[in-house]
Design a protein around this ligand. Structure first.
Ligand SMILES: O=C(O)c1ccc[n+]([C@@H]2O[C@H](COP(=O)([O-])O)[C@@H](O)[C@H]2O)c1
Ligand SMILES: Cc1cc2nc[nH]c2cc1C
Length: 364
């Protein structure tokens, strides 16, 4: 029988592949950490993270040998409503920065030994790449970007499914290439407004509690942004299910990132969330496939007020809290060395048993 190759069929096959967290592997790692030459639990959350990686990868020998930062980018019709401190053209300009290796996340990914994968889901003015530039993958679902969700649907259901399927496809290619950890990144002027509306719709929260400055809107502009998000919610208050919410509220890059999360969950690949926008994609993935949350690790805490709300809903505690609100995957990229260090401690550190002492023996 030939395989159904529609986007929805790919999503359904992917969700059906998700296995539970391997609590046995995590427990073996926990016991091994307890036996290391140190006061019990003295490496704190580093020990917990090693166990988390083991449970997600379903092995007592977790690894971070080939990490990748996956950036999905798209424009947002909501930007026309003055919800950002910067013009829409910046989305395309930043794609050029990702391609030339000069962006913040490019620097941080290099520091973390991670490869960078950039996908265009619907950037209105994508850059002309120059010789020597890194590729930007063409996964354009709508060349005009995410439509203005305050005046109509952000995309059709079919477009939403196509974008999610693209995210899954990105992970399948990375896994085939040996990638064993994915950090999420995004780019899209106006997407903190979209992420606020999506989060409010999925969690049933008030926009005023979630909307923040994004790139730096303040005062009356911030009040206007809250009103814009309220308009979006009012227009789509009758959305029926998570797919309907995603399609009507958007955005294209958030849908693709939800697909990346689902793909990672299906392939036992730990996925590091970045800030407010990537975590809104994680919320979508969670509502499409509730068990996928076990594959997520929160890379950092963004000061965007809704981020804490999202992480609490997902039951996640961020690895870092550095006041970073750039996006691009910068916070997630920076958390990679912490995870790699957790694995290195597990692999390389000596144990009390090596010294001929009983496990966990405190000095007399
Ligand atoms: O990750 C975050 O929490 C975050 C917070 C504020 C801004 N951003 C980035 O800034 C852009 C969205 O901001 P805005 O004001 O245009 O909605 C988008 O490109 C994100 O990568 C990201
Ligand atoms: C310059 C700039 C870089 C960004 N990177 C992610 N979001 C961004 C927004 C702006 C404005």
């Amino acid at each position: 029988m030939t395989e159904d190759r529609t986007p929805l069929a790919l999503v359904e096959r992917t969700v059906a592949r998700i296995e539970p967290f391997d609590a046995d592997a995590a427990a073996i790692v926990g016991a091994a950490m307890d036996g290391k030459v140190k006061p019990l639990k003295s490496l704190g959350r580093l020990e917990v993270l090693a166990g988390r990686l083991a449970g997600i990868q379903r092995t007592a020998a977790p690894h971070v040998d080939s990490p990748a930062v996956v950036i999905c980018a798209a424009d947002h019709g909501l930007a026309a409503g003055g919800v950002s401190a910067y013009p829409q053209e910046v989305t395309g300009l930043m794609l050029q920065g990702f391609a030339s290796g000069t962006s913040a996340v490019g620097v941080l990914a290099r520091q973390s030994g991670a490869r960078l994968l950039v996908a265009d889901l619907g950037v209105i003015a994508p850059p002309q790449l120059r010789p020597g530039d890194h590729p930007v993958l063409d996964r354009r679902v709508r060349s005009t970007g995410t439509a203005d969700s305050s005046t109509g649907p952000a995309m059709t259901l079919e477009e939403a499914r196509q974008a999610v399927a693209h995210g899954i496809g990105l992970v399948e290619d990375l896994v085939a290439d040996g990638v064993d950890l994915v950090a999420l990144g995004e780019m899209g002027i106006g997407n903190t407004a979209t992420a606020s509306a999506l989060t409010a719709a999925l969690l049933g929260r008030e926009p005023a509690r979630l909307v923040g400055p994004g790139t730096g809107v303040q005062g009356e502009a911030l009040a206007r942004k809250v009103r814009k998000v309220e308009e979006v919610l009012a227009r789509h208050a009758d959305a029926r299910d998570p797919w309907d919410v995603l399609a009507r509220v958007g955005g294209l890059e958030i849908a693709a990132l939800a697909g990346v999360v689902l793909g990672c969950a299906a392939h036992r690949v730990p996925v590091l969330l970045d800030g407010f926008i990537t975590t809104s994609a994680a919320l979508v993935a969670w509502r499409l496939a509730p068990t996928c949350t076990h594959t997520m690790i929160a890379g950092h805490l963004s000061p965007e007020p809704g981020h804490q709300v999202q992480l609490e809903a997902l039951g996640l505690r961020p690895v870092l809290d550095l006041g970073m609100r750039l996006g691009e995957g910068s916070g997630a990229a920076l958390a990679i060395p912490v995870l790699r260090s957790a694995v290195a401690v597990l692999r390389e550190m000596g144990s009390f048993a090596d010294l001929g002492l009983a496990d966990e023996a405190p000095p007399a």
